[in-house]
Design a protein around this ligand. Structure first.
Ligand SMILES: C[S@@+](CC[C@H](N)C(=O)[O-])C[C@H]1O[C@@H](n2cnc3c(N)ncnc32)[C@H](O)[C@@H]1O
Length: 185
């Protein structure tokens, strides 16, 4: 069953620089993103990872950041603008069951799903939509907060991912998280 959606005001805590001590975006994302890539980031919140992703894809790339909360997206856009990176940001307001990414069919090179899948009403629907938007052999880094998501729930998410063509490649070690690197066949 889905967990409740993180309240918008928690977004401010999630972008705290102190978080970098436990979860450093540079280290977590190392090696996944190259210039010019199209990156999907469902549930970016206020953009703890998005600013790094935008830097990594550069002006020729694009980060499609999809959230259900307008307040998360407006703060994300302000932060991207301040960093001079807004041109590569494609911020989209989603509804809980639809990320509205049908136009991206087969285009995404990499997806970051950090602390978000457990908030989706249906994990299978999440992976179905991401799979349709992803290139063959592209990667999806899935990380869920270990304090909220039980090992059984995480196993269920991996099962849902595999039904939509994402197979387990490795289990990265990310503090405070259950994580998996998935590859699309
Ligand atoms: C716990 S926060 C994580 C934010 C960010 N990924 C991070 O690690 O800092 C979860 C985010 O997912 C968003 N979210 C929840 N359900 C969603 C859905 N169905 N579609 C898109 N975004 C969703 C929430 O609004 C929130 O911004």
């Amino acid at each position: 069953m889905a967990h409740r959606v993180c309240p918008w005001w928690l977004g401010y805590f999630l972008i705290s620089p102190l978080r970098k001590w436990r979860q450093n975006p540079g280290k977590i994302l190392d090696g996944f993103v190259r210039e010019g890539m199209t990156v999907l980031e469902p549930g970016p919140g206020m953009g703890f990872f998005t600013i790094d992703l935008l830097r990594q894809v550069g002006p020729a790339g694009r980060v499609v950041a999809i959230d259900v909360q307008e307040k998360m997206l407006s703060r994300l856009k302000r932060r991207a603008a301040k960093a001079g990176l807004i041109k590569s940001l494609d911020a989209r307001l989603a509804s809980p069951n639809s990320m509205a990414i049908e136009d991206l069919a087969g285009m995404a090179d990499f997806t970051l799903a950090f602390a978000v899948v457990h908030e989706f009403p249906d994990a299978g629907e999440f992976f179905r939509q991401v799979s349709a938007a992803s290139k063959a052999n592209s990667s999806l880094l899935l990380a869920e907060p270990s304090g909220h998501v039980t090992p059984m729930e995480f196993k269920g998410e991996l099962g849902a991912a595999s039904r939509y063509g994402f197979h387990l490649f490795s289990r990265p070690n990310i503090r405070g998280s259950r994580a998996a690197l998935l590859r699309k066949h």
